[in-house]
Design a protein around this ligand. Structure first.
Ligand code: ATP
Ligand code: ZN
Length: 291
């Protein structure tokens, strides 16, 4: 039994692919707690929040039933379990897709060829919904794991399983046919949690922190010096989030520019800024951006 002590509860995957990133996200929001896989819940020292460690499959139901007001879980699991929860934020990690695949030598080449075939999956509800939307009848073989072995064991002609890249499928002698859904980790909430004033205010405060941390992810803060007359050229190069801050320097005719830049364009922009006259470029990580 989890104590109903007025504190907010957030359910995380106890031990799996989403665990480290979910803990990292909470910690990047300044939340301090000891997380032990073996203990059901870990209280935060500096926020009215308890972290519950659960199996990912159970998280949507527990959030729906109010055992925890919040939860972090893959969208794929939320959809499969059909839980009545509110999706608050996509979290940018745990990216994967639910993929229909067939054995390399299979004669199945298109979705239409699947008609009447046996498809093994641990996602029967999502697959069923998808097939219905395509007006396709198949025999769904529901398994609880090791779905990729089903064609070899001749219990299925195709499989529908989660993959993050094509590698797993290929190792098992499978060829991807079609993506059924794309997924990533999401923050979900019990819709009734917002009716409680103090819970709502805690959730709102957490959401601001989550957004700040997600905003900062993949971004860098850059400071550089440049001659005043280089500013127009530099501004053209900078894909800044907002207009850069420009500060005059003690040295006549020189300014400092401060800006935020996305990691994925970072090196390209850096090289171009340098050839346009920037010098003394300093790059620092950003912890959060509160807008
Ligand atoms: P649990 O013991 O909690 O039930 P699990 O074995 O069901 O764990 P994991 O394999 O840890 O779950 O995956 C958790 C989630 O990570 C998935 O539901 C999915 O959203 C995401 N994910 C990302 N990449 C992959 C992948 N390659 N295979 C499986 N899941 C992935
Ligand atoms: Zn699971």
């Amino acid at each position: 039994m989890v104590a109903s002590n007025g504190r907010l509860k957030i359910a995380l995957q106890k031990n799996g692919r989403l665990t480290d990133d979910s803990l990292g996200l909470l910690r990047s929001c300044g939340l301090e707690f000891e997380f032990q896989k073996q203990s059901l819940y870990s209280p935060c020292r500096n926020f009215e929040l308890d972290v519950l460690a659960l199996r990912d499959d159970d998280i949507p139901e527990y959030v729906q039933d109010g055992v925890a007001e919040l939860g972090i879980v893959g969208e794929n699991v939320v959809l499969e379990r059909g839980a009545r929860v509110k999706q608050l934020q996509r979290l940018g990690y745990g990216a994967c897709r639910l993929m229909l695949s067939v054995p390399l030598r299979s004669s199945i080449r298109s979705l239409r060829n699947l008609r009447g075939k046996r498809v093994a999956t641990t996602y029967p509800n999502t697959l069923n919904k998808f097939l219905r939307s395509k007006k396709l009848r198949c025999e769904i073989v529901e398994l609880s794991g090791a779905v990729e072995l089903a064609p070899t064991l001749d219990v299925a002609d195709a499989i529908c399983d989660i993959v993050s890249t094509g590698t797993t499928a290929r190792v098992n002698g499978l060829r991807p046919l079609l993506s059924v859904m794309e997924s990533e980790a999401v923050l979900i909430a019990n819709p009734k949690a917002f009716a409680d004033k103090s819970k709502k205010s805690l959730i709102d405060r957490l959401l601001i922190r989550f957004s700040g941390s997600l905003q900062a992810r993949g971004k860098r803060y850059i400071m550089l010096n440049a001659p005043v007359n280089a500013i127009p050229r530099l501004k053209q190069i900078i894909p800044a989030l907002k207009s850069p801050t420009i500060v005059p320097l003690a040295e006549e005719g020189m300014v400092a520019l401060h800006l935020v830049i996305a990691e994925n364009v970072f090196w390209d922009v850096m090289e171009r800024l340098k050839s346009a006259g920037a010098s003394d470029i300093i790059v620092v990580p950003i912890e959060t951006i509160i807008q």
